[in-house]
Design a protein around this ligand. Structure first.
Ligand code: SAM
Length: 314
């Protein structure tokens, strides 16, 4: 991976103001930006908190992390951490457990990752079939495309891409094996879906394979579970999602504290859910933000709060 740091410095954070406003409940608290990226949200949070506050900035992409460190500059309220947010508690010092005021998850890939053809995330430029957000990920898009069975490929495209032509696309991919580049994958999809619908199908198929390569939904579920133990009572999680699969996971967890949507009750019928949504209505970027930053158009922000102990049985 060739690093061109300057490109990362122009990143515009999505929904930065409402996110920081809803996430910060203690100006001297401990915060975790679990998706540091270009550090846009971290800088927004740092600009609003006091001198004793601290932010741990996590990213599994070393390029992103290095660029963020450069962008944040000399700042003793900031600690960068390389790692996967699915293992959140192992990435943070044990003494912060139960004392964190806010955790941010701005999900998915960054525009910088998408724009770099060498990373293989985009169907708009030719590059290797990679799509790994981290060098440590064993799976690559090449392996998914060239080694998965028809059934597995079809199911991934159907479930993670929500693409209704999943069967025909999986067959077209298998017929063309071996596929080497993003352009080869694009041609396989375009063989099935032609005309104006092709772009949407391409986006869905590329999204599906990216989710599989990075185990994105599994890591999101795990990060949400771990967040609950890390937050102090009254601490908050803000999650910005970019597609319905992520948003569904976040919404269910924020309402029930688990991934099944089961609302636990005690013997007397009191609600035992450890978390509650802060905003009932999802927050979306306004027309001005979308015009300035088209990458924000599908963003949905949800924020939830860990209940105080006494509220859990109220
Ligand atoms: C949408 S970008 C974040 C942009 C950032 N909020 C900003 O304002 O600059 C998402 C970032 O999260 C990282 N990421 C995605 N999944 C991750 C995971 N499971 N663990 C750690 N980092 C992850 C990506 O590498 C990417 O840099």
């Amino acid at each position: 991976m060739v690093a061109d740091m300057s490109r990362w410095h122009t990143h515009t954070p999505v929904l930065a103001e409402p996110t920081a406003e809803l996430l910060i409940t203690d100006p001297e608290g401990i915060y975790v930006d679990a998706t540091l990226g270009g550090a846009g949200h971290t800088l927004e949070i740092l600009s609003r908190v006091g001198e004793h506050a601290h932010i741990y900035g996590i990213d599994q992409d070393r390029q992103a992390l290095n660029a963020a460190v450069e962008r944040v500059g000399d700042e003793n309220r900031f600690t960068p951490v390389e790692g996967n947010f699915g293992y959140l508690s192992t990435l943070l010092p044990p003494e912060v457990k139960g004392h964190i005021s806010g955790i941010l998850l701005d999900l998915g890939v960054s525009t910088h990752q998408i724009r770099d053809p060498e990373r293989g995330f985009s169907f708009q430029a030719e590059g290797p079939l990679d799509m790994r957000m981290s060098d440590l990920t064993g799976l690559s898009a090449w392996k998914v495309v060239n080694e998965y069975t028809y059934e597995k490929l079809r199911d991934i495209i159907f479930h993670y891409g929500e693409e209704r032509n999943s069967r025909r696309i999986a067959s077209a991919i298998i017929e063309r094996r071996p596929l080497e580049t993003t352009a080869d994958l694009r041609s396989a999809v375009e063989e099935v879906v032609r005309g104006p619908h092709a772009v949407k199908s391409l986006a869905r198929v590329f999204q599906a394979i990216r989710i599989e390569v990075n185990r994105e939904l599994e890591m999101l579920r795990s990060a949400l579970d771990e967040s609950l133990a890390l937050l102090r009572p009254g601490g908050r999680i803000a999650a910005i999602s970019y597609h319905s699969l992520e948003d569904r996971i976040v919404k269910t967890f924020f309402r029930s504290g688990n991934h099944e949507g089961r609302v636990e009750k005690d013997f007397y019928g009191n609600d035992l859910v450890a978390i509650e949504p802060v905003n009932r209505q999802v927050i979306r970027p306004d027309a001005e933000e979308v015009a300035e930053n088209p990458a924000s158009r599908s963003a949905k922000l949800r924020v939830a709060q860990k209940k105080q102990k006494s509220e859990e049985t109220s």
